[in-house]
Design a protein around this ligand. Structure first.
Ligand code: TNX
Length: 538
């Protein structure tokens, strides 16, 4: 109580000081031509945008201040300053006096407003002299910072002042996500992707407020995470990949580096160890695991559904216990994904027995189990989560069990599906998914799954046909940007015609980040280094 009064008093004092400071700088204010906050190309579109048709001038007389002693806030201020430095080559001091006098302030404020009713909610007030970002949590502040980054123009407006100045449209933004789970999955098993590749993907996803990265760490073609108690998994099982290249794996230190990088971007990592099918790489490493009656050999093809663990051996569960324990110990997020898809050579009863046993192991290690939609055929806990990829029947079973569902319908969200008949990379088994059909559907009303069962949306990128970051980007971008909006923005605020223009305007950002996005002919790209014609010629 007393603490809260003291906090409030300090906040009020600070705001008071801010108002005085703002009055001081009134005289130095620079007038810009009218800018309309409502016309900015924000993705995902915020809940409410109220323009006031003026602008805040970001320049070298700007400083960032964050609420003192609020955990995570100064780091977020620094994150913003680093991005401004990298993009605009502008040094903005954070919570300290810089070399220049301060005329305008970006204030990142931890509030305790009841209006901000979810952890990721934030409000942004932009006036001519200050930007005030309010959030109750560091996570909310981080999401708000992404909005602010998107509002900073790529080009400065130098005609009005002696120094370079970047006008930010004024007004108020009130924002809050529709779904708290907004994910992307990367298959590092079919082809391995380096820590640096994953970090770049995190950078890009975070800019669009995606907050979950699901890593598909094991499959028939490769085991990609070091397990100290079972070293052959990576020595043998990590040595190949689709097409016969050398494969690779993350040491536990590498994995921790990814986790830390994701955490800095307020992103939860979900590790997946796919079983009892998709386990050829594990069984080659330790043949006692194998349950399909054949001698396992390293596999570099792309077929699915031929492998299975032996589900009736205690030693198999002792092995799984070690794997889940070691990975859980270095995974701060609440989830562990057990795969469970396409176990075509596991007998039905064995599959059910397996999933129920592994669920207990996952829970024993303090994690909440996620599995592909087939897991709902077993008698799993209502606290476990089903990831819908293909079967409406399985989704219904999950609903009947009171489970939450992650929506990843293959024909809508699979980033590895080709855009159209001209796309070289990707598969077609579920659908062609052009940029519009990726966006124009309603997850809130998908196949009768009640809204209360939907945890969120995730876009999986399987890697049978992609082997480097450029190819990854070509399949993921621009579609993954659309999934960010589908999961953050409420239905009433989504509209293809409007989205299409905002997407076209992402080109300068994507180009600057050196993202080899697919320049879909459906979009009138603002400025694109890679033309549709070039891709067609490939
Ligand atoms: C199906 S989706 C799979 C993956 C493949 C993918 C290719 C799912 C749970 N299993 O093993 O990589 O199709 O699109």
């Amino acid at each position: 109580m007393i603490k809260s009064i003291v906090t409030r008093a300090f906040t009020l004092l600070f705001i008071g000081a801010l108002i005085v400071a703002c009055q001081e700088v009134q005289k130095k204010r620079i007038e810009f031509p009218p800018t309309d906050l409502a016309k900015e190309n924000l993705i995902p579109k915020p809940l409410k945008v109220i323009p006031t048709n003026m602008a805040f001038g970001l320049d070298r007389y700007t400083a960032i201040y964050t609420t003192p002693n609020a955990e995570g806030y100064s780091g977020i201020g620094q994150f913003l300053a680093d991005k401004i430095k990298a993009t605009l080559d502008l040094d903005i001091p954070v919570n300290e006096k810089g070399t220049e006098p301060v005329e305008r302030i970006i204030y990142i404020n931890k509030s305790d407003s009841l209006e901000l009713d979810s952890p990721e909610a934030y409000q942004l007030y932009i006036t001519q002299d200050s930007v005030i970002l309010n959030s109750n949590t560091a996570e909310g502040a981080f999401r708000g910072i992404q909005t602010l980054r998107q509002l900073i123009p790529e080009e400065s407006n130098d005609t009005l002042a002696e120094q370079r100045i970047w006008p930010i449209a004024s007004g108020k933004i009130i924002d809050n996500p529709n779904f708290g789970f907004r994910g992307a999955m990367l298959d590092v098993a079919r082809h391995f992707f380096s820590v640096e590749d994953v970090k770049k993907y995190i950078d890009l996803l975070a800019y669009y407020k995606i907050n979950v990265l699901h890593l598909h760490l094991t499959d028939d073609q490769g085991w990609r995470i070091e397990i100290k108690s079972w070293p052959k998994l990576t020595e043998v099982g990590g040595s190949t990949e689709v097409g016969g290249e050398a494969g690779g794996f993350y040491t536990q230190e590498d994995y921790k580096e990814i986790i830390a990088y994701a955490a800095k971007h307020f992103m939860t990592v979900i590790p997946e160890v796919d079983m009892p099918g998709h386990t050829n790489a594990a069984s080659v490493s330790y043949p006692f695991l194998n349950g399909n009656g054949k001698t396992p050999k390293l596999y570099e093809g792309t077929q699915v559904g031929f492998s299975t663990f032996d589900t009736r051996k205690d030693t198999v569960y002792a092995f799984i216990d070690d794997v889940v324990r070691e990975i859980s110990a270095i995974t701060p997020g609440p989830y562990f994904h057990i795969g469970g898809d396409e176990s075509h050579v596991t007998k039905k009863n064995d599959y059910i027995y397996f999933v129920e046993k592994v669920e207990k192991i996952v829970q024993k290690h303090g994690k909440r189990m996620i599995g592909w939609d087939e897991i709902a055929t077993a008698n799993v806990d209502s606290n476990s989560i089903s990831q819908y990829w293909s079967s409406g029947d399985n989704a219904q079973k999950a609903v009947d069990r009171g489970m939450k569902i992650i929506l990843s319908p293959a024909k809508r969200t699979y980033l590895d599906m080709k855009y159209d008949t001209l796309t070289k990379l990707g598969l077609t088994w579920a659908a062609y998914i052009p940029v519009d059909s990726a966006y124009v559907w309603t997850p809130e009303e998908y196949e009768g799954i009640p809204m209360k069962n939907i945890l969120g949306i995730e876009a999986p990128l399987w890697s049978e046909t992609i082997s480097n970051i450029d190819e990854l980007e070509q399949l993921a971008f621009p579609r993954v940007i659309g999934y960010s909006e589908l999961s953050w923005t409420i239905k009433e605020n989504r509209d293809w015609e409007n989205y299409k223009v905002r997407l076209a305007n992402q080109a300068p950002f994507l180009d600057r980040m050196n993202v080899k996005y697919y320049p879909s002919p459906l979009i009138d790209w603002k400025k694109s280094k890679y033309t549709y014609e070039e891709i067609k010629k490939d």
